[in-house]
Design a binder for this molecule. Structure first.
Ligand code: SAM
Length: 287
């Protein structure tokens, strides 16, 4: 397990994932019923973009850095994301960048609960320290895939949440095998908590190489499946991450209409010359 997210925090893939994550949270929270969020591969929850790992790669400059340099964010999802970054910086310093646990804790309410899993011991210790004062957040140093069996359906005391979100954000060190592990974990989750929204992040090198994954995702026993993909350059090099995507199972109503303009706007800002049109389309339409 060599992957450390501190080298990649705030890059174009984080931007896409975190814009979509906040849009999903906001849609789920339109109703007052309590919500439960499970973050299976949580990382440390909070990053410093002036620290050595982020400075060494410079990836955030081509991601969140470009968005922060815009005079104004026209799209509401991007404005929401940038507001969250500013709130994080107001609390943790001008170079802070929020990870998914921080964004979940920021978006969710007092009546909601969050479980975060992180396998790497040092990262899990930092994650625990970051959320020590927040009674809504439980941190588990454990395998996130196994957590879809162990922690679902949520049993959060008397609150019994019926609505919720599961974010699966693995490092893909195992390359193609990681897609298989993630799909199997989603199947486990759907069997235990069928009504939740599941979001699986994945890297894109060559789009055509993803066809078997898309076919397998469409066959999952979810009510609906939406694909959201953003490439920042032509997806024809097998050697680098040219973009990323999210598979959203049972996404909230009207999420596609909300995300389409956000993706266009993200592509305008983050995309290099020749970047293809982003995708926001149903693998399995609702109903
Ligand atoms: C892409 S990073 C997570 C980033 C985070 N979700 C965010 O958006 O801020 C993936 C994390 O998963 C951790 N990890 C790797 N294998 C894991 C496993 N089987 N279960 C839980 N965590 C794992 C890595 O240590 C790493 O911190």
């Amino acid at each position: 397990m060599n992957y450390r997210h501190a080298f990649h925090a705030g890059n174009h893939a984080d931007v896409l994932k975190h814009v979509v994550l906040l849009a999903v949270c906001d849609a789920l929270l339109r109703k007052p019923a309590p919500c439960f969020a499970l973050d299976t591969h949580a990382g440390r929850g909070l990053y410093a973009l002036d620290a050595d790992p982020a400075q060494r790669t410079g990836e955030a400059d081509a991601g969140v850095g470009k968005l922060l340099a815009m005079p104004a964010a026209g799209d509401p999802c991007i404005a929401r994301y940038l507001d969250a970054i500013r709130a994080c910086r107001a609390a943790h310093g001008e170079h802070a960048y929020p990870g998914s646990p921080w964004l979940l804790a920021h978006a969710l309410r007092a009546q909601d609960r969050i479980a975060c899993c992180e396998l790497q011991p040092d990262e899990a210790a930092i994650l625990k320290a970051n959320f020590r004062g927040d009674p809504r957040v439980a941190v588990h140093q454990r395998d996130g895939y196994a957590a879809l069996k162990a922690l679902l359906p949520p049993r959060a005391g008397d609150m019994k949440p019926t609505r919720g979100l599961v974010l699966v954000d693995p490092p893909y060190e195992a390359q193609l095998d990681e897609f298989d592990a993630a799909l199997a974990a989603l199947r486990d989750g759907l069997a235990r908590w069928p009504q939740a929204c599941y979001a699986l992040w994945y890297p894109i090198k060559q789009r055509r190489a993803l066809r078997p994954f898309h076919r397998a995702a469409a066959a999952l026993p979810a009510k609906s499946a939406l694909l959201v993909e953003l490439l920042v350059r032509a997806g024809d090099s097998p050697l680098r991450m040219n973009g990323s995507g999210l598979l959203l199972l049972n996404p909230p109503w009207q999420l596609q209409a909300t995300l389409e303009p956000a993706l266009e706007a993200l592509c305008d800002v983050l995309g290099e010359a020749g970047a293809p049109t982003p995708r926001c389309e149903w693998l399995k339409p609702p109903g």
